[in-house]
Design a protein around this ligand. Structure first.
Ligand code: FAD
Length: 232
């Protein structure tokens, strides 16, 4: 799994801070943007988003390349609708089943499970290649490919949607592969724009309690989670 922040809106904190001040200042947004400094922008972003006016951070967008992840993971990722996606196509790219797959740690660390997994992949690989040789187009041969199939995807989200995505997907209840990706995305954007992502992470980091109720994993400590994400 690789997560790379490819591009982001230039000066994201200055931009969102200036946008926030536009609502209360009589001057032009362009003049506000030219005169605002980073400290003032950060204070403004924190104050205004603290009121719950989160739309001001929608002006900053972040584009990631997420590489060598499973189709199981990207299927969950693309459920987040306030985002843009471009994914490697199994219609155009021939898939090498025996090389391009993600193996979950629970299978990799269990020799019996690993044997079953490897055998199934070999069987899929053989069938996929035979279908292609029989003249079946890639777009149809792919119907037998597994959820483990590796893929690449480019994702763009604005800071407000990213915070929502982090609430759900950095959480211990989220599926492990998507959680790893989400935490790495958060780590990278926090460095670029700390005020936009202050207290970002699982919902409990912001709220101080777990909204999952009875579904909260017993080993999950809210205090430790908050410390971990505040220092990420
Ligand atoms: C732990 C976990 C378990 C899950 N289990 C399942 C499962 O078993 N089955 C399943 O199908 N899904 C499951 N999901 C996916 C989940 O239901 C959501 O589809 C996914 O997390 C996207 O979240 P979202 O809709 O809040 O966010 P986004 O699509 O990112 O949207 C962001 C926000 O915009 C608003 N919004 C977006 N679109 C609309 C709209 N059409 N109408 C009104 N408001 C809108 C909402 O406020 C929404 O929260 C699970 C997710 C998690 C984190």
């Amino acid at each position: 799994m690789k997560v790379k922040l490819l591009r982001y809106t230039a000066d994201p904190e200055l931009l969102c801070g200036a946008a926030a001040l536009t609502s209360t200042k009589s001057g032009n947004p362009s003049d506000i943007f030219e005169s605002i400094n980073l400290e003032k922008a950060r204070q403004t972003v924190k104050r205004v988003t603290g009121y719950g006016h989160a739309s001001v951070i929608e002006h900053a967008s972040f584009t990631f390349s997420i590489e060598e992840v499973s189709r199981a993971m990207t299927h969950q990722l693309v459920r987040h609708r306030i985002a843009s996606y471009t994914q490697q196509s199994q219609r155009y790219v021939t898939y090498d089943t025996l090389k391009q797959y993600v193996i979950p740690p629970s299978i990799n660390g269990n020799s019996e499970a690993k044997k079953i997994f490897d055998k199934a992949l070999e069987s899929v690989s053989e069938a996929y290649n035979k279908l292609l040789q029989a003249g079946v187009p890639k777009e149809d041969a792919r119907y037998i490919l597994p959820n483990a199939a590796k893929t690449n995807i480019v994702v763009t989200m604005n800071a407000r949607e990213l915070r929502h995505f982090f609430n759900l997907r950095c959480c211990a209840r989220s599926q492990w592969e998507l959680r790893e990706v989400a935490i790495e995305m958060l780590r990278q954007v926090k460095k670029i724009a700390p005020s936009l992502f202050e207290n970002a992470g699982p919902t409990c980091v912001e709220l101080g309690y777990c909204p999952e109720g009875k579904m909260k994993p017993p080993e999950c400590s809210i205090d430790e989670t908050r410390k971990r994400f505040q220092n990420l």
